[in-house]
Design a protein around this ligand. Sequence first.
Ligand code: PRP
Ligand code: URA
Length: 209
Amino acid sequence: MGKVFVLDHPLIQHKITYIRDKNTGTKEFRELVDEVAMLMAFEITRNLPLQEKTIETPVMEAKAQVLAGKKIGLIPILRAGLGMVDGMLNLLPAARVGHVGLYRDPESLQPVEYYIKLPSDISERELIVLDPMLATGGSANDAIYSLKKRGAKHIRLMCLIAAPEGVELVKENHPDVDIYLGALDEKLDEKGYIIPGLGDAGDRLFGTK
Ligand code: PRP
Ligand code: URA
């Protein structure tokens, strides 16, 4: 069964509080999402494999550790996942980026896929799916199916805020996928919004509504 990690680093928690605040405007919201994504990238890469390399320090020859060159792919779910890409790329500058376009039908709450463009070698990459919100879980669930259908083998999901309903759906359908969260909230309201959540992530990030 996939594991669920709530990344409770104080800086992540502090910034998510301001992301939630309805008085936080678009510019600051964007900056905070970017910063939290970078902090989450730091945590999520904790177990990346290392390999030994021999170098010359000014004093002597030494054996030291470098990243083993694991290939990473970032997969933002459009639109709101885009807000997390730059923060992640700050720490993972060589990562490739694929895009999955999905929107949630406001009546049925079912995800509708409208775009997909992925690196050609996704089967060899460690993929990290990015979306600030995991609400019913429909969007992330479908995005992961879409990636698997195209050959993806190693997938992780990273979200700022999740509802238990979304976590359960992804865990049930994708037991091989570990989930990394900034916060696990209480529940969904009758319109499928996360409570207390942050409202509509795409609208707040792009200033639409
Ligand atoms: C939001 C969010 C997720 C989805 C989560 O996107 O960014 O992709 O809702 O909800 P779910 O877990 O119930 O599927 P939205 O559908 O509003 O599209 P947008 O990013 O284009 O605004
Ligand atoms: N999508 C959002 O942007 N926010 C929610 O609370 C739920 C789905």
